[in-house]
Ligand binder design. Structure first.
Ligand code: ATP
Ligand code: MG
Ligand code: MG
Ligand code: MG
Length: 474
């Protein structure tokens, strides 16, 4: 059976964390924080804009970010990346979608590593046949004084992509910009051939790797960024469709429960996935619009954007009205129908995540229990439970059981924990952490991304894994 969407998302995050040392960060809200240039968050990179511009508060946690990965909730309705009009008409655009991304800040890694990680993930971890993948690179823009990105072309060739599947395009396709102003740069994209080598290729864009090098100023000019960065984004819905062997994002487990609920709620003819002229009565288009829009409405409202009179709220109101009109006029929905779909969205986007975390934690709990039982068998009747074992249960990356839970489990077994020993371990750990941080704190300095980049260029080795103190000043 094909991987479920939640497993696909988890595999992306685990790949960047476990194989390539990325720190996982949560999705930001779809409501942009302090950025009037955006109506909604439209890409994973939005929350890192201060890092790109070199304006990050050096005391903030973000100042320590070197390699991070996440899954970002994105809304593309209104503004520069506006897909509202396309939604429903095709099988790959949504107003709300999740963008999986990885970042390397300040030269932590650049083109070569970014391309090879992406290739490794798609072909080895997800097992997508390499012959189905096409790539594109930026072929320059003489008017803006931008050179063709032949380096990236060479990287793809050296990764084994045949020249026939390495294409190049101009700024329209291969120069990514966040908005009318803001960070931007040449990009390279990975596309998937739905036709599978039969007849003309039918490409769907999967992943965009952007090499952030410029800032688009209000006067339209391009200014160089203080440092270069990697910024990538891949649509989860499209990736899941590919991995589930579907031509349409709507035929995946991210949408099919919604389409089913729409059919039930409207007593409409079943969804057949037709597009264009084939979808004569626009029934299938209506299905897609309603399924898409209810996701967007649910996510926006849960992030605090409500339908309203101007700006993003106005766009959201238009989305709501579009959904109502399509469902009433085409699908003959009864009043109150739209609201009844919200629990289905919750089921798809939230309940499944809870179920997975629940299952993972149950497994840890089971292992913890076995370790406790094994340890108990080695103890005499008046022995206390060893602090080291309790500590490893609570802190070892795999188990991570809360300490009070470990204590409770022991209490239930009628054993006492060596709490003095445990306290000592905690103190030692705290001292260890403080020592690690010392070189920086002593000098009263906070490292900023520029300093970090400079140190890295000079080849100063990292000192520990703590994100704030990745490099010590010596
Ligand atoms: P497209 O050309 O298909 O409109 P894009 O070039 O506008 O995509 P990017 O800005 O490069 O998209 O975003 C990165 C990735 O996010 C894309 O490669 C794609 O997988 C996904 N994506 C972009 N827009 C949407 C959308 N409206 N719905 C679903 N996924 C999307
Ligand atoms: Mg687009
Ligand atoms: Mg594109
Ligand atoms: Mg793109």
């Amino acid at each position: 059976p094909a991987a479920k969407a939640s497993a696909v998302r988890a595999a992306f995050l685990n790949f960047f964390r476990d194989r390539h040392g990325h720190r996982l960060v949560p999705s930001a809200s779809v409501r942009p924080r302090g950025d009037p240039s955006l109506l909604f968050v439209n890409a994973g990179m939005n929350q890192f804009k201060p890092i790109f511009l070199g304006t990050v508060d050096p005391r903030s946690e973000m100042a320590g970010f070197r390699r991070v990965a996440n899954s970002q909730k994105c809304v593309r309705a209104g503004g520069r990346h506006n897909d509202l009009e396309d939604v429903g008409r095709d099988l790959s655009h949504h107003t709300f979608f999740e963008m999986l991304g990885n970042w390397a800040f300040g030269g932590e890694y650049f083109k070569e590593e970014a391309c090879s990680m992406a290739w490794e993930l798609l072909t080895q971890v997800y097992g997508i046949p390499a012959e189905r993948l096409w790539v594109s690179y930026f072929d320059g823009d003489p008017k803006a004084g931008l050179e063709p990105d032949l380096e990236t072309r060479h990287i793809w060739l050296s990764l084994g992509v045949p020249a026939t599947r390495v294409l190049s395009f101009g700024p329209q396709e291969n120069f990514w910009e966040m908005g009318d102003t803001g960070p931007c740069g040449p990009c390279t994209e990975i596309h998937y051939d739905l036709a599978g080598g039969v007849g003309a290729p039918q490409l769907v864009e999967l992943w965009n790797l952007v090499f952030m090098q410029h800032n688009r100023e209000a006067d339209g000019s391009l200014q160089p960024l203080p440092q270069w960065h990697v910024d990538t984004g891949m649509g989860l819905e499209r990736l899941v469709a590919v991995l589930q062997g579907k031509h349409s994002t709507y035929d995946t487990d991210l949408f099919s429960p919604l389409l089913h609920a729409i059919q039930q709620g409207c007593r409409a003819p079943p969804y057949l996935g037709r597009v264009g002229v084939a979808d004569e009565g626009r029934t299938d288009t209506a299905y897609r619009v309603v399924a898409d829009h209810i996701r967007t409405l649910s996510v926006c409202i849960s992030d605090g954007v409500f339908p309203g009179m101007s700006g993003a709220p106005l766009v959201l109101r238009q989305i709501l009205r579009r959904a109502v009109r399509f469902s009433m006029e085409i699908l003959k929905a009864p009043p109150g129908f739209l609201g009844s779909l919200v629990p289905v969205v919750v089921e798809i986007l939230i309940a499944n995540l809870v179920l997975e975390d629940e299952a993972a934690f149950l497994a840890s709990l089971e292992r913890g229990r076995r370790i406790i039982d094994r340890t108990l068998r080695t103890l005499g009747p008046s022995d206390m439970f060893p602090a080291e074992v309790a500590w490893s249960l609570s802190l070892s990356g795999d188990l991570g059981l809360p300490l009070d839970m470990v204590e409770l489990m022991l209490e239930e077994k009628g054993v006492q924990l060596d709490s003095t020993g445990l306290e000592q371990l905690a103190q030692e750990e705290a001292q260890h952490q403080a020592r690690q941080a010392e070189p920086v704190q002593k000098q009263g300095l906070w490292l900023d991304v520029h300093a970090l980049g400079e140190l890295q260029r000079q080849g100063v080795p990292p000192t520990d894994n703590s994100p704030k103190y990745n490099y010590s000043l010596r």
